[in-house]
Design a protein around this ligand. Structure first.
Ligand code: ADP
Ligand code: MG
Length: 315
């Protein structure tokens, strides 16, 4: 099948364009416009076989997750996702694979009304690069955490890390648990609505892609501050609590990536005014920002010492 026939069959003509999109797929480049009071927020992420997902990952999940991780970055900026481009390389034409892949991609894109406005299709090692663009009036930055701010995380942490261990056969769990954790790994839910709700009440957010420690450290470095985290407060899922000790669960949360929940800071006052919102999005208070430029971990008020690192590609 020819390149353009593939694009037509699986990617173009699957959406209705909004008024913000003047030219989508089909010309040399896309043309979009943004309202004058809003900023355009842009992110890109590559998703490669064997590095970002095990070879046996289902095509549907690959299409879904390649988009989800990009949307998670927009959520962490408080942006409303608008447009995406998709650069796709695959070794050989496989109709069934492309059908599943594009289904996973569009199921998530359409859920959030995101327009696929262009891309590239080439032969090569299986790899997907997506660029996502969104709109925000005041994007949430890593550099804006303030001393005394409270630190919150959404959802539960560590589940995707367990999922990865299962998917790569490093651990074994009963089937019902296995399904829960692998779904957490393959179908992260980008926290777009939470990000939008935080846009005007928080200054600072990050999505947790490399483990809580690594990502909190990004905030601390960018904001020139420190933090104290109370590890016993870290939210763990029911299955995590059933399958692992509290300590093991916390270790997954601190050091394994792929959860794609948000970590953000709020002043105490603002937090008090928005308890409903925090409950609605399952957010948990885990610590606070300090002036001493260090990350201090406590477990039930005792200092916690372990050498913990997040996921690093070139370590
Ligand atoms: P060019 O040679 O100008 O780069 P291409 O033949 O690569 O054009 O692409 C033709 C059109 O199809 C362009 O509008 C491009 O953005 C779009 N496109 C190519 N691959 C994809 C894809 N996987 N998903 C969405 N749009 C694509
Ligand atoms: Mg091209």
């Amino acid at each position: 099948m020819k390149e353009f026939a593939i694009i037509k069959k699986f990617f173009s003509a699957r959406q209705n364009f909004s008024n913000n999109t003047q030219v989508g797929i089909g010309d040399d480049a896309a043309v979009v416009s943004a309202p004058s009071n809003q900023k355009i927020v842009i992110t890109t992420d590559t998703f490669s076989e064997s590095i970002h997902f095990p070879s046996h990952t289902k095509a549907y999940d690959i299409g879904y997750k390649a988009l989800a991780v990009n949307l998670s970055d927009l959520a962490a900026m408080g942006a409303k996702p608008m447009w995406v481009t998709l650069a796709l390389a695959f070794p050989r034409y496989n109709e069934e694979w492309l059908k599943e892949f594009s289904q996973g991609f569009f199921d998530l894109a359409n859920e959030h009304n995101i327009q696929l406005i262009g891309g590239d299709t080439t032969r090569g090692h299986l790899s997907i690069t997506i660029q996502a663009m969104g709109l925000a009036t005041s994007p949430l930055l890593r550099s804006e955490a303030k001393v005394e701010d409270l630190i919150f995380v959404s959802g539960t942490l560590g589940d995707a890390g367990v999922g990865l261990q299962l998917a790569t056969n490093k651990i074994v769990l009963p089937d019902n648990f296995k399904e829960f954790f692998i779904t957490k790994l393959n179908r992260p839910i980008p926290q777009i609505n939470l990000g939008k709700s935080l846009e005007h009440i928080s200054h600072c957010a990050i999505d947790i892609s490399d483990g809580l420690i690594a990502d909190v450290n990004h905030i601390l470095e960018a904001s020139n501050v420190g933090a104290e985290i109370n590890l016993e407060k870290i939210p763990l899922s029911q299955p995590m609590q059933q399958c692992f000790s509290r300590e093991e669960g916390i270790k997954f949360a601190l050091t394994s990536g792929d959860d794609y929940q948000l970590c953000f800071t709020l002043s105490e006052n603002i937090a008090k005014q928005h308890t409903e919102l925090l409950t609605k999005f399952h957010c948990t208070l885990i610590g606070k920002i300090t002036s001493e430029r260090k990350l201090k971990l406590f477990f039930n008020d005792q200092p916690y010492q372990e050498n913990l690192h997040g996921y690093e590609h070139f370590e």
